[in-house]
Design a protein around this ligand. Sequence first.
Ligand SMILES: NC(=O)c1ccc[n+]([C@@H]2O[C@H](COP(=O)([O-])OP(=O)(O)OC[C@H]3O[C@@H](n4cnc5c(N)ncnc54)[C@H](O)[C@@H]3O)[C@@H](O)[C@H]2O)c1
Length: 273
Amino acid sequence: MPTPNQFSLADKVVVITGATGVLGASMSLAVAEAGAKVAILGRNAARAQARAEAIRAIGGEALVVLGDVLDPAQMRAACDKIMTAWGRIDGLVNAAGGNMPGATVGPDQNLFDVGIEDTRRAVDLNLFGTVIPTTVFGRVMAGQGTGSIVNISSLTAQRPLTRVMGYTLAKTAIEGYTRWMANELGQRYGGGIRMNAIAPGVFLTEQNRSLLVAADGSHTDRARKFIDHTPFQRFGEPEELTGTLIYLLSNASRFVNGETVVVDGGFNAFSGV
Ligand SMILES: NC(=O)c1ccc[n+]([C@@H]2O[C@H](COP(=O)([O-])OP(=O)(O)OC[C@H]3O[C@@H](n4cnc5c(N)ncnc54)[C@H](O)[C@@H]3O)[C@@H](O)[C@H]2O)c1
């Protein structure tokens, strides 16, 4: 008899918020390639359809569910649609998020002039945009007694990056939420339901392009600093996150709970010397 593949996501239903984004594109395709049915959750219908078509093109199953992660009613409607189609939810990837320009402090800006409202919006999107979908999709997992939730943190949670104050507050809180929930889930569901996080290094996407690429297409000073502080001397490719994601969603990680896995070409381990 063949050994079962621990990394297989066959027969699992995985919801990916922010699947409409750049990292979401490779995440959703990889999760489908690993065998899961994928619910593409985002606000942009055309992009969501494109993600679903890419999955169908490789013979996978995808469902588009539009909604704003900050709106509990829209998340409940999305959840109902998935349950009607597939009847279960095994994985949730909270990938909607990103930096917001108004929640940053530039080098020439007074440190104490940071925009409080924009900072709140960054915390809302990155933190509550993870907490709210978890309350909705996690409830289904609780009914089943099984499920794996993967949040997306950032390097800035462990090593604060300059400028991005609101994003740093939010992603630091994501790692605290991940550990807190992992404790509660573990104690209440006996290992059936887990929560972990991935902290990606720098991947060139829409939410950070203006900080990393100059108008003429060359790297900004900030981009060069990132590369200099990455032992691999380059940015990541979105496909390089997906192995860790599949591991955390699959039975291969069934004793892993409350961890944040850093995927960054060595940035977090580098002393700078
Ligand atoms: N790109 C990087 O280098 C990097 C590094 C660390 C962490 N991350 C994190 O990875 C995740 C994905 O980022 P990305 O780089 O693919 O960015 P992206 O901007 O390409 O994708 C984010 C997606 O989330 C969607 N979204 C935003 N607000 C939403 C809302 N309220 N409701 C539903 N959908 C919403 C956006 O429309 C977009 O499609 C984010 O949490 C980001 O903070 C990215």
